[in-house]
Design a protein around this ligand. Structure first.
Ligand code: NOJ
Length: 747
C-alpha cells in the first residue's frame, strides 16, 4: 500500500513538475501558473521561498559548503541568495536548485548601487547632475552588466530623503529634496528594469528603505525615527510612491523603528500604504537581519515572535535572519499565521520568478559569452565618463581661474587622493581586483595633456593621519608650478552604511595642507572627493577654485580632467545643503517658517536663530557654478490666477551671456503664502536642464498645475486651498532671479 501510494505520488509529482517547469501552456496566465505551482508545494517549500541567505563566497573560487545552505537549495527550501554573482556561480547554484523536487529557480540579488563592472558615480553625485536621462542610462548600464553576470535583482534605488550629512548613507540616495528625489527614483527604477522584466538585460529594482530610514535621529545609522505623519507623507514617502509608480518589482523595509514600530513589522507602512493604498504587486524583502533585530529593538521576545510580527505585517521575504526558516512553518501549524498569508507572500515571490522568465529557463542569465561581452564593453566606460563630468559641481571660481589652459607648462598635483584609484570608487562599488579599470585623477591629467605639460606630484599627507611630514615636499613642488591642483577628501569607506560621522570636516590634516600650499601664493584649484557634504570653510573662503567631485567611479580622472580644462563646462548643482558647521544639522532649504524668522544673519535677538552661529549654510541646495553666465528675464505668466482645475504657463527667457557654451539647471520653487497648515518657505516643484551656446537665448516654459499646489492638510488629505502663491525661478534655492505671485481661485 505504502509503495503504491509512493509510486502514485512520485508519478504525479513527476508530471506536475514537468508541467511546472517546462510544459506550461502559453495560454495560461502567470497567475494560473503560480496557482498550479503553489498547489504542489509543501508548507516547508513555501516557507523556503520566503528566505534569502547571503552566499558563502565572493567573486572567484569554488562553491564551499557552508552550514546547511546547499542542502536547503537541493531540498527546495530556499527562495533567494544575495552576494552570488558571475555566470559560473549562479549557474552552479541554479543546477543544485534544479535537483530539488519542484525545480523552482533561485533568485540572485546583489547591491548593484552605482554600477556593477563599470563603477558609476555614487547616487548622490549623479543626483547633482539633475540629468534624469543620464541617471536612467547609468542604471541601465549597471543592469545590463549585472544581468549578464547572472544577477536578477538589485537592491537599489535607495530613495531615502536625507537631511543630515552625518548619516553616511546620504551617498546612496538623491539628497534632501522630495521632488528631485522622486524624479530620480523613477528614472533609476526605469533604468534598472529597462523594457521590463523578462528582457535579458533587465534586473528587478528594489526601492529602499521603506520607510523614513533617512531620518535616523542625529544622523546615526540604524537609529530610531520619530516623525509626524505629515512629514512622512509629504517629504519621505513620495520618492517611494514614484518608485512604485515606475513599476519597482520589489521594496525593502528598513532597520529603523518609525514612531515606535520597527519598519519590518509595520503593517501600516507595508500593508495599508504600500500594498493597500498604492496597490503594489511586487514583494517586500526585509533588510539584512531586520526581522531578528526586532528582538534587540525590544519589540518581540525572540525570533519566533519576530517571524510572526514580520509576516503578519506584510514582510514577504526574510533576508538573513532565518526567523522564517526556523519558525514560520511552526507558526502556521499552531494557527498563529494563516496559511493564506504564506500563500500570498509566496505568490508574490513566484510571480517575479515567472516574470523574469526563470521558470522557462533558469539559466537564462548565465551565459558566459554575454557576460564577457557586457563586462568588457568599452561603450560603458564612455557613458560613465559622461555622467561623471555632469555630476561635478563647481563651488568657486574666483577670477575665472578655471578652465585651465592646456598650454600650462608645469602643474603640481598634490594630495592623498590624486593618485588613488580605489578611493575613487565609493562605498558600494563591487570589489573588482583589477585597478587598471580605474582612472586616477593623476592619470586623467596625463591622458588629457599627454607630454605637453610637466606634472609634478607629491602626496602631501594621508587622508586621515596627523603627520605633516610630507608638507615640505608638497610646498617645494608647488613653488615650481604654474598652477597647483590639490586633491583631498574622504576614503571610500568613510561614507556609506554604518559610516555615520559626528565630525564631517575634511579629515586629518588635509585642510592644513591646503593652507600650506596656498601660502606659496600659487593659483590653487582644490578637488574634493567625498560621499557626503563636507565642511571646509577655510578652503571655501580662500582658495580660488573648488570642484566638488564626489566619488565618481572608474572614469573619475578623465571626467575631472574634462572639467578642469574646459572640455566640459560644469553644470552640476548640489542636491544637499552644505552646512557651515555640524551644529546646524539637520539643515535643509525647504523648512517651515517660524513665527520669529531671522531677517538676516545679525538678526539673532529673540529670533529663531543661534546666538553663536549663522543659520545660513555654506552652500545652499541647488547651488553650482558654470564657466559661463546665464541671464534670466522676461518672466510671463499666462494668467495671474488659476481657476477651475486649469493650469497656467510660466515662461521666461534664459540667455547665455558668457564665453562658453554650457548647461544651466533652472529651478522653479513655490511658496504657499497662507494655508491651514504651515508651509515650507519654498519648495522645488520643477526644473529643466538647458543647453545654450554663447549669446544664445531660449524660452523656458513650466506648467503650474493643481498637483504642484497641493499639500497634506491636518487630516492628511492631499488638497489645495485658494490663495496666493509665490513663484520663484532661479539658479539655486538661494539665488532666485525671477519672482511673481499668482492666485489660486477655488480648490
Ligand atoms: C543592508 C543594507 O541596509 C541594505 O541597503 C542592503 O541592500 C543589504 N544590507 C544587503 O546587502
Amino acid at each position: 500500500m505504502y509503495r503504491l501510494t509512493f509510486l502514485f505520488r512520485s508519478c504525479f509529482l513527476f508530471f506536475a513538475t514537468l508541467q511546472t517547469v517546462a510544459g506550461f501552456s502559453q495560454k495560461k496566465t502567470i497567475d494560473q501558473k503560480i496557482d498550479s505551482v503553489l498547489k504542489l508545494m509543501t508548507l516547508d517549500e513555501k516557507v523556503g521561498q520566503m528566505n534569502q541567505y547571503s552566499g558563502p563566497w565572493a567573486h572567484t573560487g569554488p562553491i564551499t559548503e557552508q552550514g546547511d545552505f546547499l542542502q536547503q537549495v537541493k531540498g527546495g527550501k530556499l527562495g533567494s541568495l544575495l552576494n552570488i554573482n558571475g555566470v559560473q556561480h549562479t549557474r552552479e547554484l541554479q543546477q543544485i536548485a534544479m535537483q530539488s523536487r519542484l525545480k523552482i529557480p533561485l533568485l540572485f540579488g546583489q547591491d548593484v548601487i552605482h554600477g556593477y563592472r563599470t563603477t558609476f558615480p555614487i547616487p548622490l553625485a549623479e543626483a547633482a547632475s539633475w540629468d534624469l536621462q543620464a541617471i536612467e542610462l547609468s542604471a541601465r548600464i549597471a543592469a545590463t552588466e549585472a544581468a549578464a553576470s547572472g544577477i536578477h535583482w538589485t537592491f537599489a534605488p535607495m530613495v531615502d530623503i536625507a537631511r543630515d550629512p552625518r548619516w553616511g548613507r546620504v551617498m546612496e540616495g538623491a539628497g534632501e529634496d522630495t521632488y528631485l528625489g522622486s524624479q530620480i527614483a523613477g528614472a533609476r527604477v526605469r533604468g534598472f528594469q529597462g523594457k521590463g522584466l523578462g528582457n535579458i538585460d533587465a534586473v528587478m529594482a528594489c526601492a529602499k528603505h521603506f520607510a523614513a530610514y533617512g531620518a535616523a535621529i542625529g544622523g546615526r545609522d540604524y537609529n530610531s525615527v520619530d516623525m509626524s505623519e505629515r512629514t512622512l507623507w509629504e517629504f519621505y514617502l513620495p520618492p517611494f510612491k514614484a518608485a512604485a509608480d515606475a513599476g519597482a518589482a520589489t521594496f525593502m523595509n528598513s532597520f529603523n523603528d518609525l514612531n515606535g514600530i520597527p519598519a519590518t513589522a509595520n503593517s501600516y507602512l507595508q500593508k495599508d500604504i504600500l500594498k493597500g493604498k498604492w496597490k503594489f504587486k511586487g514583494f517586500i524583502v526585509s533588510d539584512w537581519g531586520s526581522v531578528g533585530e526586532m528582538v534587540k529593538h525590544g519589540y518581540v521576545k525572540n525570533n519566533y515572535e519576530a517571524a510572526l510580527a514580520a509576516v503578519l505585517a506584510g514582510n514577504d521575504m526574510d533576508m538573513e535572519s532565518r526567523a522564517y526558516r526556523n519558525h514560520l512553518a511552526q507558526l502556521v501549524k499552531e494557527n498563529k499565521v494563516p496559511v493564506a498569508v504564506v500563500n500570498e507572500a509566496v505568490k508574490r515571490i513566484l510571480k517575479k520568478k515567472f516574470e523574469l522568465g526563470l521558470f522557462d529557463d533558469p539559466y537564462k542569465f548565465s551565459n558566459a559569452q554575454r557576460e564577457q561581452q557586457e563586462l568588457n564593453n568599452p561603450e560603458h566606460k564612455k557613458i560613465a565618463r559622461d555622467i561623471s563630468k555632469k555630476s561635478i559641481v563647481l563651488l568657486k571660481n574666483e577670477n575665472n581661474l578655471l578652465p585651465l589652459s592646456k598650454n600650462i607648462k608645469t602643474i603640481a598635483v598634490i594630495g592623498p587622493l590624486a593618485k588613488s584609484k580605489m578611493e575613487m570608487l565609493g562605498f558600494w562599488s563591487t570589489g573588482w581586483p583589477d585597478s587598471n579599470y580605474i582612472v586616477s585623477q593623476y592619470e586623467g591629467l596625463q591622458n588629457k595633456l599627454g607630454t605637453g605639460a610637466k606634472l609634478l606630484y607629491a602626496r602631501g599627507c594621508g587622508i586621515e593621519d596627523s603627520s605633516r611630514n610630507g608638507f615640505d615636499e608638497a610646498i617645494a613642488i608647488a613653488q615650481q608650478a604654474d598652477v597647483v591642483i590639490i586633491s583631498v577628501g574622504e576614503k571610500r569607506d568613510m561614507s556609506g552604511e554604518a559610516k555615520s560621522r559626528s565630525n564631517i570636516h575634511l579629515p586629518g590634516v588635509q585642510e592644513e595642507l591646503i593652507k600650506a600650499i596656498y601660502s606659496t601664493g600659487k593659483p590653487v584649484v582644490v578637488l574634493i572627493s567625498a560621499g557626503r557634504p563636507l565642511i571646509f570653510n577655510w578652503t571655501a573662503d580662500h582658495v580660488q577654485s573648488i570642484l566638488y567631485t564626489w566619488w565618481l567611479g572608474d572614469e573619475a580622472g578623465n571626467a575631472i580632467a574634462d572639467v578642469l580644462f574646459g572640455d566640459y563646462n560644469p553644470s552640476g548643482k548640489l542636491p544637499m545643503t552644505f552646512p557651515l558647521t555640524e551644529g546646524q544639522l539637520p539643515i535643509y532649504y525647504n523648512h517651515f517658517n517660524t513665527g520669529r524668522p531671522a531677517e538676516n544673519d545679525r538678526d539673532r535677538f529673540y529670533r529663531s536663530a543661534y546666538i553663536d552661529l549663522s543659520i545660513h549654510p555654506k552652500f545652499p541646495f541647488g547651488y553650482g557654478l558654470s564657466y559661463t553666465n546665464f541671464k534670466y528675464d522676461n518672466l510671463k505668466l499666462s494668467s495671474a490666477t488659476i481657476k477651475d482645475g486649469k493650469t497656467i504657463d510660466v515662461s521666461f527667457t534664459l540667455t547665455n551671456t558668457g564665453k562658453y557654451s554650457g548647461e544651466e539647471v533652472v529651478q522653479l520653487y513655490l511658496r504657499d503664502e497662507v494655508a491651514s497648515v504651515v508651509r515650507p518657505v519654498k519648495e522645488l516643484k520643477d526644473f529643466r536642464k538647458v543647453f545654450l551656446q554663447p549669446g544664445e537665448s531660449k524660452q523656458v516654459t513650466f506648467i503650474i498645475n493643481k498637483e504642484k499646489l497641493s499639500f497634506y492638510n491636518q487630516k492628511l488629505q492631499w488638497i489645495t486651498e485658494p490663495g496666493k502663491f509665490d513663484l520663484m525661478i532661479g539658479s539655486s534655492s538661494d539665488d532666485i532671479r525671477l519672482k511673481q505671485s499668482f492666485e489660486l481661485n477655488g480648490n
